[in-house]
Design a protein around this ligand. Structure first.
Ligand code: ADP
Ligand code: ZN
Ligand code: ZN
Length: 653
């Protein structure tokens, strides 16, 4: 018998298409099909089945070539989640469905035997603080949110695992989210030991067919606990009881592709809709989360004791303004001492890639935008300092406007320069560097192992070296330039700097009673650096929240960012100019617009980039405004320009 199916594609196309299918094909809701589309073969998602085609259909109905899946990949609940993603993050439902599904082509049938392993407990007696947190979370009502706030080693993971076991014992499922970088073999192994075959791990090293196999296991209810990075928040678990977000502040929870979803936002939505509990944890919560804890919408548990033992390292701030190169006398002296003791050093370079900023070496004055209060970026070719949020520009001053000093310079140091200086200063030491951006995980792992085995004296690198921070041989951790983050024109610069320094300090010195951390900075008095080195989170959040409130940035507002990319800068600009004209009469009272301005990184992959920020008090009104404007814009859009929408942007690059 002839039937019809309605199909959505992973395309920026807000329309579904009907295809003819015969019953032998077994095409049904939730399966993928291969169909003809615009003289191509395309894979689509079946979202409805019907007996006849709606009268409104004006195109010729073609036939389904073949059905890919033997059992449905998604159900009504997943479909509803995809619809929510599409409307919240401004993508099509087809794109949202593609994001939910594990990517790839074929499924290898894999039926895992359900093993009746008892849940293993760690055998540890919970501390009073841990016990109180567990009891409260376990007895909480539906859709409440909790936060475990405490330094590394304070026992957060132990609480996560306890509440997870409890949840599973009650016949419910758990999603356990971890940052991309920390999902190592060890983490997965720890979970496997605790939960046996009940756990499904969705890490990035899985092949496509392994990923599908895990996905189907989860859907069938064979794996009540799922551990994975950001995308695991979509895991099709049955009877969701709990979502855990470890290291909640981590930026890998935000997707950098369309749809640019944030796993925390999706988790909150799922917990509300599916009546589950959300538990997050970190030593350095995001400013958003901290504000929610302060106003009570998230309940906080503070874990104050370091249960893993070990002392916190001594943190010293070194003023770089007096140094000649990028290594201060103090840092060099400590490296020598460390080597003499037969111990190792890690030099932390912070994130790579940053721009030049104007600062006075005498009084520390810096140029910031008078509208946005973010650092201005110096453009040598223009002789101007430019705000990359609103477009404001000024002549770059030659003398400091505050103290009149002539000794103002444009600061920036690259990682290559630092490596050169380290090698030149210590020609006899064994030095190894981990390159953050392009290193594959296996190489990093191998390098870390060699370092752990004592084959090197100094390990140099960015984020990736963080895992080495608690190796037994490490005595000294040097943060070469703590303020790099502060020069990035981003309202989250201080938050990132603070978070990074606390993470570094918190992870170091677990094995070394005399472990020390040296933080080099041009701004020894900056509040984010001072509070980080004093491990004073309360102090940092208080001052940062006040600052955000004064400048109306999140969490005191919400943002939607529009980025236009094009092979010509003018085209990208004029697309946003058009959009700005459409937006202006639609603007709600409590909202404003920043830009269009050139993006901080103006050119990526030969495409020029401009952006426009929409800022308002509630996401609801911003959504409505943006939706109306985008609909109008799409009727007059320039095909040479690609427009990207980012709701709640995290990194403004
Ligand atoms: P976090 O997640 O906050 O870094 P973990 O839960 O991983 O902390 O705990 C750190 C270390 O302390 C682990 O080795 C863990 O086994 C140990 N630990 C946790 N809770 C307890 C406890 N109640 N008693 C003794 N040791 C504990
Ligand atoms: Zn000055
Ligand atoms: Zn500005």
């Amino acid at each position: 018998m002839t039937r019809y199916v309605e199909v959505l594609f992973n395309l920026p196309l807000n329309q579904s298409f009907n295809y003819e299918t015969d019953s032998s094909q077994n095409a049904c809701f939730g399966k993928r099909v291969v169909v003809p589309f615009n003289h191509r073969e395309l894979t689509g998602f079946v979202v409805a089945e019907r007996e006849s085609v709606p009268a409104s259909v004006a195109y010729t109905i073609k036939k389904v070539y073949r059905v890919i899946d033997s059992e449905p990949l998604f159900d009504a609940r997943d479909y509803a989640l995809a619809q929510w993603i599409a409307s919240f993050y401004f993508c099509t439902v087809g794109q949202a469905l593609a994001t939910l599904m594990p990517s790839g082509r074929k499924i290898v049938p894999h039926i895992a035997a359900v093993d009746d392993t008892e849940l293993n407990s760690s055998g540890l007696d919970l501390s009073e603080e841990q016990q109180y947190a567990c009891d409260t979370i376990i007895h909480a009502q539906d859709s409440t949110m909790f936060y475990l706030y405490g330094i590394t080693g304070s026992g957060k993971t132990e609480v996560f695992l306890h509440v997870a076991s409890h949840c599973i014992a009650n016949g419910k499922s758990v999603i356990y989210l971890v940052p991309e970088i920390s999902l190592t073999y060890q983490t997965a192994e720890a979970i496997r030991q605790r939960f046996g075959d009940k756990a499904a791990t969705l890490h990035s090293a899985l092949t496509t067919s392994e990923r599908f196999a895990q996905w189907l296991r989860i859907r069938r209810g064979e794996a009540p606990i799922v551990i994975g990075p950001r995308s695991a928040v979509f895991a099709p678990v049955q009877n969701l009881g709990l979502i855990i977000i470890d290291e909640e502040h981590d930026s890998s929870y935000k997707s950098s592709d369309t749809p640019r979803y944030h796993a925390r936002q999706v988790a909150m939505h799922r917990c509300a809709v599916e009546h589950a509990t959300l538990v997050m944890g970190s030593a350095t919560p995001s400013v958003e989360a901290w504000k929610s804890m302060e106003n009570g919408s998230i309940q906080r548990f503070t874990l104050t004791k370091r249960l893993s033992g070990g002392e916190l390292p001594h943190v010293h701030i070194v003023n770089l303004n007096q140094a000649t190169g990028c290594l201060s006398m103090t840092l060099k002296e400590e490296i020598r001492k460390t080597v003499a003791m037969g111990k190792q050093t890690i030099l932390f370079l912070n994130r790579r890639g940053f721009t030049y900023h104007y600062r006075c070496t005498v009084c520390g004055y810096e140029l910031v935008c008078k509208h946005c209060s973010v650092a201005l970026t110096y453009h040598k070719s223009l002789g101007q300092a430019v705000c990359h949020y609103c477009g404001y520009r000024v002549e770059a001053p030659r003398i400091c406007p505050v103290c009149g000093s002539l000794d103002a310079k444009y600061v920036g140091f690259g990682t290559e320069l630092i490596e050169e200086e380290v090698r030149a200063s210590f020609p006899h030491l064994r030095i190894i560097r981990i390159d953050a951006d392009n290193a594959d995980k296996r190489t990093v792992h191998a390098t870390l192992n060699l370092f752990k085995a004592g084959m090197y004296d100094i390990l140099l690198g960015t984020q990736m070296v963080a895992k080495g921070l608690n190796f037994p041989g490490v005595r000294l951790v040097g943060v070469v330039l703590a303020d790099i983050g502060l020069y990035v024109p981003d309202f989250r610069a201080s938050e990132r700097t603070f978070s990074l320094l606390v993470q570094v300090a918190g992870r170091s010195g677990r094995f070394s009673p005399d472990g020390i951390v040296i933080v080099q900075t041009f701004r020894p008095t900056d509040p984010s650096i001072q509070s980080a080195c004093a491990l004073d989170a309360e102090g940092f959040f208080a001052s940062e929240l006040k600052h955000r409130q004064e400048t109306s940035f999140p969490p005191y507002s919400r943002l939607i960012r529009f980025t236009a990319r094009s092979s010509k800068s003018e085209w990208a600009f004029s697309a946003l100019d058009t959009l700005a004209h459409i937006l202006r009469p639609l603007m709600p009272q409590d909202a404003d617009m920043l830009g269009p301005a050139e993006c901080p990184i103006m050119l990526i992959a030969r495409k020029y980039r401009w952006h426009l920020l929409l800022r308002g008090q509630t996401m609801k009104t911003l959504h409505t405004t943006a939706r109306t404007a985008l609909a109008q814009y799409s009727r007059q859009s320039d095909k040479r320009v690609y427009l990207e929408v980012d709701v709640d942007p995290v990194a403004i690059r």
